[in-house]
Design a protein around this ligand. Structure first.
Ligand code: FAD
Length: 546
């Protein structure tokens, strides 16, 4: 199956001419999950996204598939149980992309929870999530904790714990779910913005869409419309004149990235901040990323960036807990900032708001879903499709939800050991070409078995004068053919993650990759200049903290 920009005209004409059972607005993880669930249960599904897939919050999270330890503190047992159990399911669907990550939780003399409360809390966390015996939490003495992480402030550590989580790449998880939905028959279009609804007897019968690439407007007919627009959910409820009762409360969270050698954490760590919050430091390839913050946000939802104040908050937290690191603003190589689409609760602060998802139904038939977490996408999707089924397709006898069995990326890895074995083989092929071994992990964690296609293209077009660019071009070819990239940013930010985790590569090769895209996609001079201007301005926004 090819899912590429070359197919756009066919997709648009299909969307214009056919009637769909279910139309989803928003190509973040929530919309992607609903599309896969609906299509795999026999519904005729369409999905439109106004920008690139995962442009919103789903490329700007902490990138953990986690149970949310802190929700235990807020006594949200149901949420912890659901998302906690989901971790192993999502890992089994894509073992290369949702990888086990042991988390170190140091206990401080002055801040956070005590030893026994933590021990009981983590035990409960494991129990609620049904964690396998070998992965269950292990309490550590002070000496053991400092051995796990020698950079910690020695006088403050009184012990610690190790517990199991999973790390992912949120944007890649989203695109793989989208591709799997397409394989199950969903019709999916990016750069297609919903502007309005058309009603028949007071009920939505069509949505009006503006194609952001061709500037054409058209209508799509559907029996049911689901609004999975994340932070933009309320905007669409306003267009639908159904924004009453509960509304969204957006909170901003930022992450900053430094070279791993600048903050060489031995493993992922979840540590206390002076204000009572906790933040993560997570090693990934050649980098360590740190976050997050949680502050109420009322600004421009399409342009969310890390401010100087946000960056300084994270730096101060690192330096207080890891004094020898002595991070400075100049050390930050990159950053991202995202918005949590949470449900407003009167009198609660940003970090006290529940992360539970909620479904709103309007009298005109619009079903909106907001809140929730990356980790719980599958269950959220199941609930939405169950509701759609119950309301509209009872007579069709749809299949029950099967998404717990549908492998993403046609992954045939039985487990993480198989992933590691494959990574070794990939490394051997890369080393032969003079590429660094670390690239094998990068390729396999991003693309899984699809790495084969990239390697085949690399080996046949290899230029020994520029091995790094050769690999990048091979990745670009794969993404152009299979992952619906339409712009430089789609490629560098959301398909490869290089904009965040290896910005030097973007700086060095953006012109060459732009030229390559120009020749493959027939870009004009103006388009080429516009693409380069946009990537340059994004680079400034994520590296200059104002
Ligand atoms: P989005 O990803 O924002 O998707 C909505 C999409 O709708 C957007 O792409 C947008 O462009 C599109 N859209 C909007 N309006 C229109 C329109 N008119 N027409 C067409 N398309 C439209 N969860 C975890 O499980 N683990 C974590 O580690 C984690 N960390 C987080 C850290 C931070 C800082 C934040 C902010 C969130 C974190 N979360 C985490 C939560 C998780 O990221 C979100 O719950 C999830 O990504 C929301 O996905 P979504 O699809 O609902 O929204």
């Amino acid at each position: 199956m090819s899912f590429s920009i070359f197919q756009r005209p066919t997709l648009v004409s299909k969307l214009k001419s056919e009637k769909f059972d279910l139309l989803i607005i928003g190509g973040g993880i929530t919309g992607a999950g609903i599309a896969l669930d609906g299509a795999s249960r026999g519904l005729k599904v369409a999905l439109v996204e106004k920008n690139d897939f995962a442009f919103g919050t789903s490329s700007r999270s902490t990138k953990l598939i986690h149970g949310g330890l802190r929700y235990l503190k807020q006594l949200e047992f149901g949420l912890v149980k659901e998302v906690g159990s989901e971790r192993a399911v999502v890992h089994s669907l894509a073992p290369h992309l949702v990888v086990p990550e042991k988390m170190l939780l140091p206990l401080s003399e002055k801040k956070g929870m005590g030893y026994w409360l933590t021990s009981i809390g983590l035990k409960m966390y494991d129990w609620l999530a049904g964690v396998k015996a070998e992965d269950q939490r292990r309490m550590l003495t002070k000496v053991q904790t400092l051995k796990h992480e020698p950079l910690l402030l020695k006088d403050d550590v009184k012990g610690g714990a190790i517990y199991a989580e999973y790390r992912t790449d949120d944007a890649r998880l989203t695109i793989e779910i989208i591709k799997t939905a397409v394989r199950h028959g969903a019709t999916v279009l990016s750069y297609a913005k919903v502007k309005d609804f058309i009603y028949d007897n007071g009920v939505i019968s069509c949505v009006k869409v503006d194609d952001q690439l061709t500037r054409e407007s058209f209508a799509i007919q559907a029996t049911v419309v689901v609004n999975a627009a994340g932070p933009w959910v309320d905007e669409l409820r306003e267009v639908n004149k159904s924004k009453s009762g509960k509304s969204l409360h957006l909170t901003k969270g930022v992450h900053v990235v430094v070279g791993w050698d600048r903050f060489p954490v031995k493993q992922a760590i979840y540590f206390n901040v002076d204000d009572g919050r906790m933040i993560f430091a997570i090693p990934r390839g050649r980098s360590t990323y740190i976050g997050t913050t949680d502050t109420t946000y009322n600004g421009d939802k399409d342009n969310v960036f890390t401010s100087k104040e946000d960056a300084e908050y994270v730096i101060t937290a690192v330096n207080a807990n890891f004094p020898s690191v002595n991070l400075k603003l100049e050390d930050l190589e990159s950053s991202w900032a995202g918005l949590r689409p949470l449900i407003h609760e009167e009198g609660k602060s940003a970090s006290e708001l529940s992360r539970k998802d909620e479904i709103f139904e309007s009298e005109t038939g619009l079903i909106s879903i907001a809140g929730g977490k990356l980790t719980g996408y599958r269950k959220m999707a199941e609930r939405v499709v169950d509701l759609v089924n119950e309301k509209h397709f009872e007579d069709r006898k749809l299949m029950p939800c099967m998404s717990h069995k549908i492998k993403l990326t046609l992954s045939d890895f039985v487990d993480f050991v198989a992933v590691k074995r494959y990574t070794v083989l990939v490394a051997k092929r890369l080393i032969k070409l003079g590429l660094p071994e670390i690239k094998a992990k990068y390729l396999v964690e991003n693309f899984g078995r699809q790495t084969e296609e990239i390697l085949t293209s690399l080996e046949s077009n290899f230029d020994s004068n520029s091995p790094e660019l050769s690999l990048l071009k091979a990745e670009l070819d794969f993404c152009l053919q299979n992952e619906m990239i339409c712009s430089l940013q789609d490629f560098f930010v959301r398909r490869t993650g290089l904009m965040y985790f290896n910005i030097r590569i973007v700086k060095d090769h953006k012109e060459s990759i732009a030229q390559e895209m120009r020749s493959k996609l027939g870009w004009s001079d103006e388009k080429l200049i516009k693409e380069l201007d946009e990537i340059n301005s994004l680079m400034v926004s994520i590296t200059k903290f104002r």
